[in-house]
Design a protein around this ligand. Structure first.
Ligand code: FDA
Length: 309
């Protein structure tokens, strides 16, 4: 969200080109995806997870994958999450799972996505681990909120949470509508290529909305995961938290693996819960493109890697 809209738009457009997709996918991690992705398999993710835990960071782990069109692909993702969960338990790693609804089959059928999420949650809830249902592009927003509400009929707020995106006009209303559930919400600015009919095109509006959403949520005493690398926003919210005397067990900070690691360490050193989001898996293309679109300067480092060969 930090740069002119046209450059973000250009990156998304280029990334949709099949030749670009083939090229980037082929040269893969060498082009720079490895800066943002822990690795392509579970072992690589566990090694990164262990190291980050040792450095004092709790984690949210995502097995990469989205927009699946076949039930078997969603089923394979569920199996991987169950393997991941077993490995976390076995190794005593401090992490929760972060899941994309379209990876669970939301694009195919709501019932399928619900059944798949429920399968994972039945296991995670038994061992006392949390699952975050992520928020994707706007065609999925309504269905994702329905999915979350339905899951909450079986699982309490300590076992499953949701995400709201500050760039969407609708998020303020969604926050009000969710309040009865005392939800655990991750607040993000929003990473997808949305039209001005649904999302604020200007960064200043997104930031203002972000502040207001988090403040409203914290005022109610509900748990907030403040997921941003924007240090000004973080300081504004900390000033609000201080003024209102909001206790530290009501919020945490979250940042993405590979983005502003110094800021991550600084937040940890100030004694805040600083959770790092660790994605892994072979389906890293969409995730990588969103990281480039957030910051066109990242395209420069991809080109440098390319020239280096
Ligand atoms: P902003 O984009 O204003 O960046 C602030 C500063 O952070 C920049 O000036 C730069 O220094 C640094 N920075 C940000 N992005 C960078 C990048 N890619 N490379 C290098 N530096 C960068 N989105 C979504 O739609 N659904 C979701 O479920 C999630 N989940 C999620 C979880 C977690 C833990 C985080 C941190 C983020 C998400 N997001 C997300 C992504 C989010 O919507 C947003 O796109 C990014 O966090 C970037 O926005 P910032 O809030 O960091 O602000």
């Amino acid at each position: 969200m930090a740069q002119p809209h046209w450059s973000r738009q250009l990156i998304f457009t280029l990334a949709g080109n099949p030749a670009v997709t083939r090229f980037v996918t082929h040269y893969g991690m060498r082009l720079g995806a490895s800066r943002f992705v822990a690795g392509e398999d579970l072992d690589a993710a566990l090694a990164v997870a262990r190291r980050l835990n040792q450095e004092g960071f709790p984690l949210a782990i995502q097995f990469l994958g989205e927009h699946v069109t076949r039930p078997e692909a969603a089923e394979a993702a569920v199996e991987e999450y169950l393997r991941l969960l077993a490995a976390l338990e076995e190794r005593g790693i401090d992490a929760y799972l972060s899941i994309k609804p379209s990876q669970m089959g939301l694009a195919v059928d709501e019932e399928l996505a619900y059944a798949n999420c429920r399968r994972i949650l039945e296991r995670t809830a038994t061992v006392g681990r949390f699952v975050r249902i992520e928020m994707e592009d706007s065609p999925y927003t309504e269905r994702t909120l329905r999915l979350y509400r339905r899951l909450r009929q079986r699982f309490d707020t300590g076992h499953v949470g949701i995400v709201l995106q500050a760039y969407l006009y609708r998020s303020a209303q969604d926050l009000e509508a969710l309040a009865d559930l005392e939800p655990n919400i991750r607040f993000v600015k929003g990473a997808y290529n949305e039209p001005a009919s649904v999302a604020y095109p200007n960064k200043a509006d997104v930031d203002r909305n972000y502040r207001q959403l988090v403040q409203r949520h914290l005022e109610r005493g509900h748990y907030a995961a403040i997921a941003t690398h924007d240090d000004r926003l973080i300081e504004d919210l900390l000033a609000f938290i201080e003024r209102r005397g909001i206790p530290r067990d009501r919020f945490e900070f979250q940042m993405l693996y590979g983005i502003r690691p110094q800021l991550q360490r600084a937040m940890r050193d100030r004694g805040y819960t600083m959770r790092v989001y660790v994605p892994y898996g072979r389906e890293w293309y969409g995730y990588f493109v969103r990281r480039l679109a957030e910051r066109p300067a990242n395209v420069g480092f991809v080109l440098r890697n390319l020239l280096r060969g």
